[in-house]
Design a binder for this molecule. Structure first.
Ligand SMILES: [Zn+2]
Length: 365
């Protein structure tokens, strides 16, 4: 039984690499064939036309994320092939949420809605129809802008979603909220729960294992990430700043992203719900009234982004394990088979996830 579970987890691990928020919460920073993410971030930082937005995103001195106005999250597909491919799993992923939290109502205590934009014309897509693959993408004037654009891609990662609602005063792009699904890496077995995880990001939730107090509950081992050796060599041989080293990259996702390394931004600890310049951080997973939620749909399993060079049947060789006794005031120096346990894939919405939604989107009648 254990082996079978392990194999299932491995399947998830293989296909989960590259999931979750794009660098700096913006898919423009996902590397492509001609530019890696580091170059894109550097360009954005140095570009006078990039505006403060990008620099602010890197420094995190202000917060571009907030909750969706009135709890209404509307989405649209880029084109018919996206709807054909994803309408069913996206509906099923939202059902996974509503099975737990119910529909918006006073009784259910929240006002979150996730629905397709209600088109009135026959062409029901974010962009106008393109006759050929080289035709430009032109935004459909029927759509106000700011909807979640569901993108069927063949190029980047597996799943990406932006986090929360981005104010139009920070980013005027009509397509600034998006969910990207890579058809080449798709894993039908897990797509519904994986999309449910991404919906959590869209609603404003960050990863539970990135809570600032997570070391009392879980252990993150950066050396076991798939690209650790490569980026260690890169930062040692070509540091972008004398202060940069592999430990900094492991613990600061924003610096790691400058090198094109995305994984640390999905593991490094983030400070949550702080008041900054009058704006509130809304990575609610860490609001201090909540206990650490190891069952959250927003928690990674032990094997995500594991190095294939390691022995993934050993707890000492994977990126994330849970402490056997938690919370532990003084975390052990190292992981052993006896002081830790595996974190399996989360297949449903937890009680804590439901409380987070009610906290973010309380019913206002
Ligand atoms: Zn994620």
């Amino acid at each position: 039984m254990q082996l079978r579970l392990l194999l299932l987890a491995f399947l998830g691990f293989v296909f989960n690499v590259g999931a979750c928020p794009p660098p700096l919460n913006n898919w423009r920073f996902v590397g492509n064939e001609t530019h890696d993410s580091g170059t894109l971030v550097q360009d954005a930082l140095s570009s006078p036309t990039g505006g403060m937005g990008w620099a602010e995103a890197v420094s995190l001195s202000t917060n571009p994320h907030t909750t969706w106005p009135a709890g209404l999250v509307r989405y649209c597909y880029t084109n018919p092939s996206g709807r054909d491919a994803f309408a069913a799993p996206i509906d099923a992923a939202w059902k996974l949420w509503t099975d737990k939290i119910g529909q918006q109502s006073k009784k259910n205590g929240h006002q979150l809605q996730f629905m397709e934009f209600p088109f009135e014309n026959n062409w029901r897509y974010c962009y106008l129809e393109r006759k050929g693959e080289h035709d430009p993408w032109i935004w459909n004037p029927e759509v106000p802008g700011g909807e979640v654009v569901i993108v069927r891609t063949l190029e980047v990662g597996y799943l990406y979603a932006t986090v929360g609602y981005v104010l139009s005063t920070w980013d005027t792009d009509v397509a600034r909220h998006s969910l990207w699904i890579n058809m080449n890496n798709i894993n039908q077995r897990y797509i519904v729960k994986d999309i449910a995880h991404e919906l959590g990001h869209l609603f404003g939730l960050w990863h539970e294992h990135q809570r600032i107090d997570r070391d009392h509950y879980v252990h993150f081992e950066c050396k076991n990430l798939i690209d650790y050796d490569r980026f260690k060599k890169m930062v040692e041989e070509h540091p972008k700043d004398p202060s940069h080293n592999i430990d900094l990259l492991c613990n600061n996702g924003n610096v790691a992203t400058q090198y094109g390394w995305h994984d640390p931004s999905a593991f490094s600890k983030v400070y949550l719900e702080e008041e900054k310049n009058g704006r509130k951080e809304l990575f609610v997973v860490n609001y201090d009234k909540e206990h650490y939620d190891e069952d959250s749909i927003m928690h990674y399993d032990s094997w995500i982004a594991s190095s294939p060079k390691k022995d993934m049947s050993k707890k000492v060789d994977v990126p994330l394990v849970a402490w056997l006794k938690s919370p532990v005031e003084n975390p052990p120096d190292k992981v052993t088979e006896d002081n830790s346990f595996w974190i399996w894939q989360r297949l449903r919405i937890s009680d804590g996830d439901a409380r987070a939604i009610r906290y973010l989107y309380p019913w206002k009648g």
